[in-house]
Design a protein. Structure first.
Length: 277
């Protein structure tokens, strides 16, 4: 995975810790982990952002689903110690009719069971779009999970640009305003990583449909602001856009150019040309 990231021009990447739509996890070869650590050290990698399976729901109404989530979380965190000092991102979950308050309580309860003092992995709560009974649609909901988590120094937030926009935070029109609100409610020190995705839907749609950078309602200017803002520019940034490898490489190159001060319209034109090739 490290070599693949370098081939795309990246110095971080995301990966699923187990089957994203199921629950099975492959055994990790310690030698492979050591090889990855070497690649990261030699090439100036930032922190990796591992992703829990979508089936992990700490606040499910079904006890067996919650039990799987707690077991998978504990197992994944133990495995991640083979590549210490990185991030483990997960969707907080869906309360499935129990109400947000109960969902928040169950999520914090699951975290309190899994988090171990001294672990090197920071667990990230992902901002959500607000579909159905999702927990994490507002900064206030995430803040309440922090308040109920005993070792809150071991958790942070991964801000997904598509999700926050769909949730009603107009990150495209005012990145500064959204970051100020995040700081007021949660604290910017909790913001650890970003998922960079354009959105197929307008602000507040609560849909969660990712689009390639510059082709959705956020526009490339939004991402130009993110890679230049001192509050976000040094965070690990993960692309979850609907792309193949060449598309990811083109988007990474575009983001690097924007970070270096390239004109947004010219960068968009180059990106469109590379996508058409």
């Amino acid at each position: 995975m490290g070599k693949r990231a370098l081939a795309l021009g990246a110095t971080t990447f995301a990966y699923f810790t187990r089957n994203p739509r199921g629950g099975a996890a492959k055994a990790v070869d310690p030698e492979d982990a050591a090889s990855l650590r070497k690649i990261m050290a030699e090439n100036g990698f930032g922190r990796l952002v591992a992703h829990a399976p979508y089936t992990l729901n700490l606040c499910s109404a079904k006890p067996d689903v919650r039990s799987f989530a707690r077991r998978a979380l504990a197992e994944d965190l133990q495995t991640m110690e083979l590549i210490p000092g990185n991030y483990y991102n997960f969707h907080p979950g869906s309360h499935v009719g129990q109400g947000a308050d109960e969902g928040i309580r169950l999520i914090a309860e699951g975290l309190n069971e899994a988090l171990e003092p001294g672990q090197s992995t920071c667990v990230l709560l992902e901002t959500m779009a607000g579909k159905g009974a999702e927990v994490g649609r507002t900064f206030e909901e995430l803040a309440r999970i922090f308040e109920l988590t005993e070792h809150d120094e071991l958790i942070g937030v991964c801000l997904d640009t598509c999700h926050v926009s769909d949730a009603g935070y107009d990150v495209s029109a005012s990145l500064d305003g959204v970051l100020q609100e995040f700081d007021r409610v949660i604290g910017l020190s909790r913001l650890k990583a970003l998922h960079l995705n354009d959105s197929k839907n307008p602000v507040g749609a609560h849909k969660d449909r990712h689009e390639r950078l510059g082709l959705g309602h956020l526009g490339l200017g939004c991402f130009s602001a993110i890679v230049r803002d001192k509050r976000t520019r040094d965070l690990p940034m993960i692309l979850e856009t609907p792309n193949e490898a060449a598309g990811y490489a083109a988007e990474i190159a575009a983001l690097r150019a924007l970070a270096d001060g390239a004109d947004t319209e010219e960068t968009m034109a180059r990106l469109a040309h590379e996508r058409d090739e």
